[in-house]
Design a protein around this ligand. Structure first.
Ligand SMILES: [Zn+2]
Length: 177
């Protein structure tokens, strides 16, 4: 679906030095991100920057395309635990959950999305080691949202359209991905 941004939210849709997160309808959000062949110092720096940018935006997750990079890197920050995953892939999923999502690339828009309740994610950790993460609840929701970003999929493609609404992000702290 095409997101039509209401006039009073348009000022949130800037990308510049002070607002590094890319917003819709930027092309980079719709493309496929490439695998990281080997985790280098540069990738680690990118991941550190992503964590910093996510926190500054009061987000709980971020994917590299959201800072303009077509690389398979996600960060998830739920309940005080911050996880960096290179080349994340879901190898098992079970159950379902329906919950509200927002997106740092579509600020101000929220709606309910159905996701798996539990997932097992494989990928490379911050140091480039093969690792496995068991995630459930909110962390599982966020990692599914972020992995979708790596394939150019936004939550607005999966949302229950009847639940979509606009609210100023400052009234909903630490909710968006
Ligand atoms: Zn998002």
């Amino acid at each position: 679906m095409t997101v039509v941004v209401p006039d009073e939210f348009k000022y949130l849709y800037v990308t510049d030095e002070d607002h590094p997160i890319v917003k819709v309808p930027s092309e980079v959000l719709l493309g496929h991100a490439e695998e990281v062949e080997r985790v280098t110092k540069r990738h680690q720096t990118v991941a550190e920057n992503m964590v910093r940018i996510m926190r500054a935006a009061k987000g709980i997750g971020l994917a590299a395309p959201q800072i303009g990079l077509r690389e398979r890197i996600v960060v998830v920050s739920v309940e005080g635990r911050t996880t960096v995953i290179f080349n994340p892939r879901i190898t098992e999923s079970s159950g379902t959950q329906v919950g509200e999502e927002g997106c740092l690339s579509i600020p101000g828009l929220y709606g309910d999305v159905e996701r798996a309740e539990k997932v097992v994610v494989e990928g490379l950790d911050r140091k480039g080691r093969e690792s496995t993460w068991d995630m459930d609840g909110l962390a599982a929701r966020v990692v599914q949202h972020e992995i979708d970003h790596l394939d150019g999929v936004l939550f607005t493609e999966k949302v229950d359209p009847a639940t979509l609404y606009w609210q100023h992000p400052s009234e909903k702290p630490e909710r968006a991905e």
